[in-house]
Structure formats: C-alpha cells, structure tokens
Design a protein. Structure first.
Ligand code: NAD
Length: 251
C-alpha cells in the first residue's frame, strides 16, 4: 500500500462533501477538496489542516471534460495519484414535470451523471496503476422516486446502475465501487427544498424528523461515516452495493 493514500472528494466545499473530506483526512488520507470555485474550498481545507491532515483546494466543474481532467492532473502533481474518489457534487433543479425545463433536466444530469462518469474515468487510470481503489457515489433515497424530482430521481437511480457497472468492470483491478444513498441530511441543499415547499428550514426539519424511525434528521457526518467504511481497507469485499443511510429502512 502507498501510504498515505490520496482521496478526491467532489462538491466538498460544504455539506456532506466537506464532512467526508474531514473524515477521510482523519482516517489518514490526503484529501483533494474539489468544488466549482477553488476559493470556496478554503474552509474545508483549513479544517482538515487544523485537524493535522493534508489537503489542497481544487476548482472544477465535474461535468466539464477538460476541467475534470485538469483537476485530476493537479491532484496527481500536488498531492499524489488519487486512488479514492467520492462523487458527491450535486445540485437540485426541482420542479413538477409539466414545469420542468430542458435546462433543469440537463444541468442535473451534467453534474450527477456526467460528472461521476468523467471523474471516475480520470481517476480509474491511477487506481488501475496502483492495483487498488475505492469509488463511492452519492445516490439518494430520491432514487426510489420523489414528487418534483423527476430529473434528480432519474440521476440518483442512474448512479446506482453506474455503481454496479463499475463494480463489474473494475473489481478485477482491486477497485471497489459502492453507493451511499442518504435520506434527509441537514445541509444547505435542504434549504432549497424548504423554500420550494414554502416552509421555514426549522418547520421543514421538524416535520420530516417525525417520520424518520430514529426520530431525527441526518447530519453530514452520518454520511461521511458510511463513505469512510466503503473507502477503508476492510471493505475490500464489499462491491457494487447501495447503502441507504436514512434513519430507517428503504426499499
Ligand atoms: P450541498 O448543496 O450542500 O453541496 C453540494 C456541493 O456540490 C456544493 O458545494 C456545490 O458547489 C458543489 N457542486 C455543485 N455542482 C458542482 C459541479 N458541477 N462541480 C463541482 N462541484 C459542484 O449538498 P449536500 O446536501 O452536501 O449533498 C451532497 C451530495 O449528497 C449530493 O450529491 C446530493 O445530491 C446528495 N444527497 C444529499 C441529501 C441531503 O439530504 N442533503 C440527500 C440525498 C443525497
């Protein structure tokens, strides 16, 4: 094993990605903190460094072919070849079908599906060369269907198929691919949903928590813990799985 390993976490300026970057750094990995704007990654990078870890900030749109390639090349140069990839970057463009625009559809597909594809295609070269790798894709309970989220549900279900296809293709190279499907996690993304439903953030969270078996909404760290497991040495025989982390069972 090359020690320490390098992880690349997309959409890591805030929310689940930031918590995951911090957690992987605590697990002993160097972490590339990637988000749309390099300057937005500073808080996560500072938090990793303050905790004694090593991190760099990388600005890139994961849905852009050249930007994705350049981002991975920078990580190789400045931190080491990435063998752990967490495809976490995400956006919402919620609307009921009859009001959903082509732009709403295409932008969600570009970040979630095209972004995970481009980043995985770049990173797998380094994983294959190392004979070891971990890819974790962020799906969602919305993959099971959700009103107002035809685009997002399709993308998150698509990521589950993508995960299983990579598990078949890359397993022989020592690379595992798994997905974490979060339920309701308290992040800025949820604020957008509360606004769409004309609720305050607090009203929304309180209402949702009542219907979650563990009686609370999730925190970004709940997801980071699951990602950490999939990225660990110990998870080498776990491949192509979708783990719902939602405070209760999901189909
Ligand atoms: P968030 O909105 O707080 O953070 C997402 C990050 O992704 C932002 O920093 C954003 O700038 C970045 N990003 C967006 N487009 C990008 C692009 N093209 N290239 C690079 N970075 C980009 O969201 P979050 O709640 O932390 O969600 C993280 C992931 O988890 C997403 O994939 C989301 O769909 C998924 N998820 C979240 C929840 C939830 O309840 N919060 C539930 C299920 C799944």
């Amino acid at each position: 094993m090359t020690d320490p390993r390098t992880a690349l976490v997309t959409g890591a300026a805030r929310g689940i990605g930031a918590a995951t970057a911090l957690r992987l750094a605590a697990d002993g990995l160097r972490v590339a903190v990637l988000d749309l704007r390099e300057e937005d990654c500073a808080a996560t990078v500072d938090a990793v460094r303050a905790a004694g870890g090593e991190a760099i900030a990388v600005g890139a749109d994961v849905g852009d072919t050249d930007a994705a390639a350049a981002a991975v090349a920078r990580v190789v140069d400045e931190l080491g070849a990435p063998t752990v990839l967490v495809n976490n970057a995400g956006i919402l463009r919620d609307n009921l079908l009859f009001k959903m625009t082509e732009t709403d559809w295409d932008s969600v597909m570009s970040v979630h599906l095209r972004g995970a594809f481009l980043m995985s295609r770049e990173v797998q070269k380094h994983q294959v060369a190392a004979g070891w790798g971990r890819i974790v894709n962020l799906s969602s309970t919305s993959a099971l269907g959700n009103r107002g989220q035809a685009n997002y549900a399709a993308a998150k279900a698509g990521l589950q198929g993508f995960t299983k296809a990579l598990a078949f293709e890359l397993g022989r190279f020592g690379i595992t691919t798994n997905a974490v499907a979060p339920g309701f996690i308290a992040t800025d993304m949820i604020r957008q949903t509360a606004e769409r439903l004309h609720l305050t953030y607090e009203q929304f969270v309180e209402g949702v928590a009542k219907d979650i078996p563990v009686g609370r909404v999730g925190q970004p760290e709940d997801i980071a813990n699951a990602v950490s497991f999939f990225c660990s040495e110990a998870a080498g025989f776990v491949n192509g799985q979708v783990l719902y982390v939602a405070g209760g069972p999901k189909a």
